[in-house]
Design a protein around this ligand. Structure first.
Ligand code: DP6
Length: 344
């Protein structure tokens, strides 16, 4: 029996991936901050088996055998089988746990599928199975096949996934560390995740991405994301916080606008999401702090702010925003260094 353990973080997109083609190819490039505290730890154990006619695995979540994860993992095995043709020769045990509460409304697919992909990449390496790519690029490609946003969790700080003409080395196949200049203010950014709705996602991401097929505004949205990536580059270089806020909030609202105008349509914000957004705007005006929000495909709010404003913003969150969260719950996180291997 052999085993390997990886810890991989969640990430928060600044320019959003929303819409994909076959084989997990994104309709537009995206860029995210890799987080630090919100992560998944996965141990993969394997042993050789006799027959090689099926995928054989068990999934354990936080110490319990968890059969409800099987369909997702089975689908993942099928998608990565061409890259890891030895999978059917082994029985696997996958043991996984998250630092964030399971029913927190925080998607665990980015951290979970990147952690598992890194384990498979390490396994391939330990078996000396040749693959002609760099280790992390290979792991990011596997991660993408599991969940698009997972391709970005493999690397630290700022990560781009999806081809963009101005970003050298960017690819639809895998994430890369953002290669442009980054002002130091963006390397210590904070993300406090306000848990407005801890329930199961109303729209799964697969359903959500598919809603962009034939969407009346799809082409305009994909072009907007391309343009926002270009606009963000000098902002990241200069440390232009006003420019950053403008793009990040527009991206979050565009993402939700796509859902509100798809067929069928969805409103994924809750009344408390809007209350929080309005309070953030009022506080930004009165305090001059560089605070802004972004959203995923749900009601939770990610509050982004630079380290210089931390004392004031923490107090604001505690006194004015926590009350809009389920059980006053929020998670304080910040930009992190990316996935790491845990030695056994
Ligand atoms: C709104 O990566 O969860 O968070 O590829 O179907 O697994 P799949 O989708 P997923 O979509 C994430 C969408 C988003 C924006 C983003 O993270 O870029």
């Amino acid at each position: 029996m052999n085993k390997v353990t990886w810890q991989s973080p969640s990430n928060i997109a600044l320019v959003k991936y929303w819409g994909k083609y076959d084989n997990q190819i994104p309709a537009n490039p995206s860029i995210s901050f890799t987080l630090n505290a919100s992560n998944t730890t996965t141990t993969l154990s394997w042993k050789e088996k006799e027959a090689d006619d099926n995928f054989d695995f068990e999934v354990w979540f936080e110490g319990q055998l968890e059969d409800s994860f099987r369909p997702k993992i089975e689908a993942f095995f099928k998608r990565i089988n061409h890259m890891l043709p030895f999978l059917k020769r082994f029985s696997f045990k996958i043991e996984t746990s998250n630092t964030f509460p399971h029913s927190s409304g925080i998607a665990s697919s980015a951290s979970g599928l990147s952690a598992l992909s890194l384990c498979f990449a390490s396994m391939a390496q330990s078996l000396n199975i040749p693959h002609d790519e760099d280790f992390y690029r290979f792991a990011s490609t596997l991660s993408r096949l599991g969940s698009g946003s997972a391709s970005r969790s493999v690397f630290g700080n700022l990560v781009v996934w999806g081809k963009h003409p101005d970003i050298t080395g960017s690819s639809d196949q895998f994430g890369i560390r953002y290669p442009g200049d980054i002002h130091p203010i963006f390397t210590t950014f904070n993300d406090t995740i306000l848990l407005v709705d801890k329930g199961v996602k109303q729209v799964s991401s697969t359903v959500g991405h598919n809603l962009m097929i034939g969407h009346p505004f799809a082409e305009a949205r994909f072009a907007q994301a391309q343009e926002n990536m270009s606009r963000l580059m000098p902002i990241l270089k200069k440390g232009d916080l006003e420019g950053f806020i403008d793009i990040v909030e527009k991206e979050a609202l565009s993402l939700h606008a796509m859902m509100m105008t798809s067929d069928p349509y969805f409103v994924l914000m809750k009344p408390n999401t809007l209350e929080i957004i309005e309070r953030i705007w009022a506080f930004r005006k009165s305090s001059k702090c560089h605070i802004c929000f972004t959203l995923d495909a749900g009601a939770n709010v990610h509050v982004l702010f630079p380290e210089k404003d931390k004392a004031l913003v923490d107090k604001f969150i505690q006194t004015e925003l926590a009350g809009y969260c389920e059980n006053n719950q929020f998670i304080s996180d910040h930009v992190g260094a990316g996935a790491k291997r845990i030695s056994s």
